[in-house]
Write a protein that binds this ligand. Structure first.
Ligand code: GLN
Length: 258
């Protein structure tokens, strides 16, 4: 078996170690004897979405995001088609904002890909720091941890959030929710990089891709993940407010989010 991972615009969208997500995807496939091919699709590349099994978009500054948006405008239909038909996508921060309808800053309006029915508005106070979520995508009670740094506030309407914020801000400081999960897409503000510290999220994406390509019966076995879990729990211990030490479960998948 083989999965092809498309890393979109690593020359533009590459903040806070987002490249580490690619390494994590690759390694966790290799450890299971599954071939992992990575296509590094820089802004001058022609992208054939029909050849990709998993797409990763990282974060970028507003300027880089504007450039990425310009390059992606020619690929809009193909990307939308890929995502609508079950293609797996991880989009982080600037990449997450690009999946929406628009990103509005003080002086520009960037039209997004319209893959998710969300929008983002910039505010001058940046939301920066470590962030901890309770997500229904991690099958254990282990929280999702990461780092956020964004001026955008994302309004996700009726979409299902990626997680409930235990510590940090997420989509907006007021909503209490972070990111979006829709079909086989995760959009999130979590850098970190996200996947090495949250191996269950990495495996969620890989399993979705395998099922999409090779059929619903495909599953991934577990890996020991001792170091990954230590890294995760260290952050949880340092940044979880005491009142949340017993994590509430995100029982309702759809809630009022923003
Ligand atoms: N430019 C976006 C913002 O500040 C995204 C930043 C990022 O990717 N970290 O909201």
């Amino acid at each position: 078996m083989k999965l092809t991972i498309g890393h979109l615009y690593p020359d533009l969208l590459n903040l806070y170690g987002d490249q580490g997500n690619i390494r994590c995807l690759q390694k966790r496939l290799q450890w299971r004897g599954i071939e992992a091919q990575v296509q590094s699709l820089t802004s001058d590349s022609a992208i054939d979405f029909t050849k990709l099994d998993l797409v990763l978009l990282g974060g970028g500054s507003d300027r880089e995001q504007e450039l990425a948006c310009r390059f992606l405008s020619g690929q809009k239909e193909a990307f939308r088609d890929y995502a609508e038909h079950g293609g797996t996508v991880l989009a982080v921060c600037g990449g997450y904002q690009l999946l929406g309808n628009y990103y509005q800053t003080g002086d520009m309006l960037l039209e997004g890909l319209g893959i998710l029915d969300i929008y983002t508005k910039w505010e001058s106070k940046r939301l920066v720091g470590n962030i901890i979520l309770n997500s229904s995508l991690t099958f254990s009670s282990r929280p999702v941890v990461g780092f956020e740094n964004h001026g955008g506030r994302t309004y996700i309407g009726n979409h299902t959030p990626f997680g409930q914020v235990i510590s940090g801000c997420g989509n907006t400081e007021a909503s209490g929710y972070e990111g979006v999960v829709c079909k086989n897409i995760i959009g999130t503000y979590l850098h970190g990089p996200l996947l090495p510290k949250n191996p269950e999220i990495c495996d969620y994406l890989l399993e979705r891709s395998l099922k999409q390509k090779y059929g619903a019966s495909q599953t991934l076995g577990t890996l020991p993940d001792r170091l990954e879990h230590l890294a995760n729990s260290d952050i949880v211990k340092r940044f979880t407010p005491r009142k949340f030490f017993f994590f509430p479960s995100l029982s309702k998948s759809k809630r009022e989010k923003s």
